[in-house]
Ligand binder design. Sequence first.
Ligand code: GFB
Length: 321
Amino acid sequence: MTKANTKDRNDLYLLSGKRVWVAGHRGMVGGALVRRLEREGCEILTVGREQVDLRRQEQVDRWMQRHAPQAVFLPAAKVGGILANDAYPAEFLYDNLMIAGNVVNAAHNVCVEKLLFLGSSCIYPKYAQQPIPEGALLTGPLEPTNEWYAVAKIAGIKLCQAYRKEYGNDFVSAMPTNLYGPGDNFDLETSHVIPALIRKAHEAKISGASEMTIWGTGEPRREFLHVDDCADALVYLMKGYSASEHVNVGSGADVSIRQLAETIRGVVGFAGRITADTSKPDGTPQKLMASTKLEDMGWQSTIGLESGISSTYRWFLENAT
Ligand code: GFB
């Protein structure tokens, strides 16, 4: 795995020797966190949903009391792409509210030393200034296709802030930009754009099709971050950040969906045309976060978009076809 370009610094919180729970270890971010934490000398705790349903407070409380983690990463969430968000508003709101509420409250009850909650760049207003600073939160209306998910994630940030303010708990929040990488969901109906276009380009190539179709106009712009970079940044924040305000985690560059499709077409080796299905939604016109706060702390991403897509395509060929 690529090592992020980080300055020397004194960490506030050491993970070495600690019991660290990754809640949601089977998800793409949770899996990357487990891989990254293997370098930290900590004991990594995990539990599957068949044993603990994070939407049930009593199950979370019981597990937390029994295993007493000292640090908690909370990437567990009901996630999906633009259509899944729009199609399942109840699950995206309820599941994510419950997961955040139950884990944060249980972490407080069992005196967890440090918790890092994960949100998403969709917490920001649809027409936020670009690049989006942390201070843009709650300054305007949300993008309708993902407002349910966004409201739950905003509630998670506020929970961490409330427990810090009232009880002094060291709970922090990170807002990653659109993520991709090994372990992603490649289902065309529910996935995000990168895994969807990898599958579409691959299947078009294999079947000898003359075109592949992207949703929407292709004009929206998105910022992408490889999940291994994200996991590295999350560990960096866990060790070195302790304050109320959430922190943006991005790569610092965005591309249009059409440019992204062309890059994926090149990586996969599909020679046909790219056509646009404008009956599908575009969503937010642009989502590029200002990650200057994290950069000023000394962290930068290291995995370029094309090389990240290449390695993700290899993972797809080996694991998801
Ligand atoms: O990745 P995506 O579903 O998430 O879509 P969002 C990004 C852009 O890619 C949209 C376009 O403009 C889509 O219309 N797109 C083009 C496609 N072709 C495809 C395709 O085949 N599949 C998909 N999925 N998109 C999500 C939020 O928004 O981002 C979530 O709904 C979360 O809540 C996540 O925040 C990070 O960036 O639009």
